[in-house]
Design a protein around this ligand. Structure first.
Ligand SMILES: [Zn+2]
Length: 76
């Protein structure tokens, strides 16, 4: 991720603060142009998914259900 200063120069991200109770994150930045010297806070936030995660809470339940018939078959 590249954050630009208002002067157009690249900035360095010094610290990332994930805000509690929010998907927002603050980026503490400073300009790389020594003549500018601007320090600022920029923000990043989650907007929406473009592809849903394959990791869901339903997955452990599916695994548990498929293990049970195998355990019964081994008992024969
Ligand atoms: Zn600048």
């Amino acid at each position: 991720m590249r954050i630009l200063c208002q002067c157009g120069a690249a900035s360095i991200i010094h610290r990332v603060n994930a805000l509690s109770n929010s998907t927002d994150t603050e980026l503490m930045c400073s300009c790389t142009d020594p003549e500018c010297g601007h320090s600022f806070i920029s923000g990043v936030s989650y907007k929406h998914a473009t592809k849903p995660s394959r990791l869901t809470l339903d997955e452990p339940v599916k695994i548990g259900a498929s293990v049970l018939p195998v355990a019964v078959a081994r008992g024969r």
